[in-house]
Design a protein around this ligand. Structure first.
Ligand code: ADP
Ligand code: MG
Ligand code: MG
Ligand code: MG
Length: 417
């Protein structure tokens, strides 16, 4: 049968269009007259529907040929859905149970049918509400170590790694968004920038005139673009993680790309530090001192779990073409393998701090802001929180080679707060 042209789904058309989809019917029941469809997409890019039937529920995510947040003046390839699907299958293989189960993928319609995560909520929302999730640090630390290690030449057969590198190399437009929005736009008067004004005008001018910061941001951009180490999630912020007290799932890897290990780690930790600096803005219903302490503890534990698991995989699953065991352990030189591991983790550490710093900046100065700050209605209060975060981001980005531990970073955060 001829391939149907792409057509965006709607709440009204979804049952008619997907009523014969076997994967969907097998999960929710095939009586479409009993289907209930809601559109819940709160993201910047895509449509997300929850479809409930008599036998269950599922999520249908569909890309649009443009950026949802901006409209059809900003076209964006439907193929991002292909990259999201393939990233999800790899994450599921490398870190089982960390992503929603995938029921179906239709490349032509750019749609993915997947498990409906319920009663999970978006981690960012939970942190804004002041909820302390007991498992996130461990779950996210393990997810990052497993996906980032197992997607690299440390683990994969190099033939497979190169095939994946080629597959994801075509995700050019989403990479371009990261390259511009994260590493460049915050540091000049880019068209789609916005910030809390006039409160932040002076600090924005200072950052744009900050030579050391701009050079560092471009060095980081170079590392991002040229260091194709592993398959990244690419958009691993607290809005891409769904949680309950007992479960953590990563969603939305459409920015997946081969890049530096430190990128996902830095982006993720930046979101915990932003949550930390935004807590003052959410104190209407009581102080957030314990929440602030919790968030710093989460950064410590996430980094520690990441390091520990990455080191464990280094010792037990280093089967790729890098740092072969024949050079080290097989000759009785376990110290050599540990030396190489320490070099690698040190590099991840210093680069991670840089990526975290620029991620903080772009969320306050660029196009895509985050709800941690945006939901602070009082603009003076919001600007106070944002200014502290900006200062922190600048400090860790520029001084990343002189900062030695996550405790040291958190002391700086507490000092600025
Ligand atoms: P976008 O790429 O547009 O950011 P996301 O994949 O982040 O889209 O999804 C947008 C929102 O839809 C999420 O913030 C979440 O609330 C909801 N959502 C997405 N996937 C699921 C899922 N599998 N289960 C439940 N809710 C989901
Ligand atoms: Mg999203
Ligand atoms: Mg979102
Ligand atoms: Mg997305």
């Amino acid at each position: 049968t001829a391939k149907l042209p792409f057509e965006a789904l709607s709440v009204e058309t979804l049952a008619a269009r997907l009523g014969a989809n076997e994967a969907l019917c097998s999960h929710i029941g095939k009586d479409t007259s009993r289907w209930n469809v809601r559109e819940v997409g709160d993201g910047n890019l895509n449509l997300v529907f929850i479809v409930e039937g008599v036998a269950g529920a599922a999520v249908v995510k569909q890309a649009l040929p443009y950026v949802r947040l901006v409209g059809d003046s900003w076209p964006l390839p439907l193929k991002r859905s292909f990259f999201e699907y393939h990233a999800l299958t790899r994450q599921q293989a490398r870190a089982p149970g960390s992503v929603p189960a995938i029921h179906h993928f239709d490349e032509g319609q750019a749609l993915i049918i997947m498990e409906y995560l319920s009663p999970h909520i978006i981690l960012r929302r939970a942190l804004i509400e002041g909820r302390q999730l007991p498992k996130i640090a461990r779950d996210i630390g393990l997810f990052m170590a497993r996906t980032l290690f197992r997607g690299s030449d440390l683990h994969m057969a190099t033939k497979d790694r190169k095939a994946d590198l080629a597959l994801f190399a075509d995700n050019v437009e989403l990479c371009d968004i990261t390259e511009n929005l994260v590493f460049s736009d915050p540091y000049f008067d880019a068209k789609m920038n916005r910030h809390t004004s006039p409160q932040l005008d002076r600090i924005v001018a200072e950052l744009r005139a900050d030579r050391d910061l701009k050079v560092e941001a471009q060095r980081l951009k170079h590392i991002f673009a040229a260091n194709a180490e592993t398959l990244l999630h690419g958009d691993l912020h607290s809005g891409s993680i769904m949680v309950t007290d007992t479960e953590t799932r990563m969603i939305d890897p459409e920015f997946a790309f081969y890049g530096p290990i430190a990128f996902d780690v830095g982006m993720l930790l930046a979101n915990f530090w932003m949550a930390f600096f935004s807590q003052r803005g959410h104190e209407q219903n009581g102080k957030r001192d314990t929440m602030r302490a919790y968030l710093l503890d989460v950064t410590v534990e996430t980094w520690s779990v990441f390091r520990t698991e990455f080191s464990h995989l280094w010792r037990t699953e280093r089967t790729g073409m890098l740092y072969q065991k024949s050079l080290f352990e097989d000759q009785g030189d376990r110290l050599g393998a540990e030396q190489a591991l320490d070099h690698m983790l040190h590099q991840v550490w210093t680069d991670m701090l840089g990526f975290a710093g620029v991620e903080v900046h772009r969320r306050i100065l660029g196009l895509a802001h985050n709800a941690d700050f945006e939901t602070i209605a009082d603009e003076d209060l919001r600007a106070t929180c944002e200014a502290k975060a900006l200062k922190f981001g600048r400090h860790i980005a520029v001084n990343r080679r002189q900062i030695h531990s996550i405790d040291e970073v958190n002391k700086l955060a507490a000092l600025i707060e």
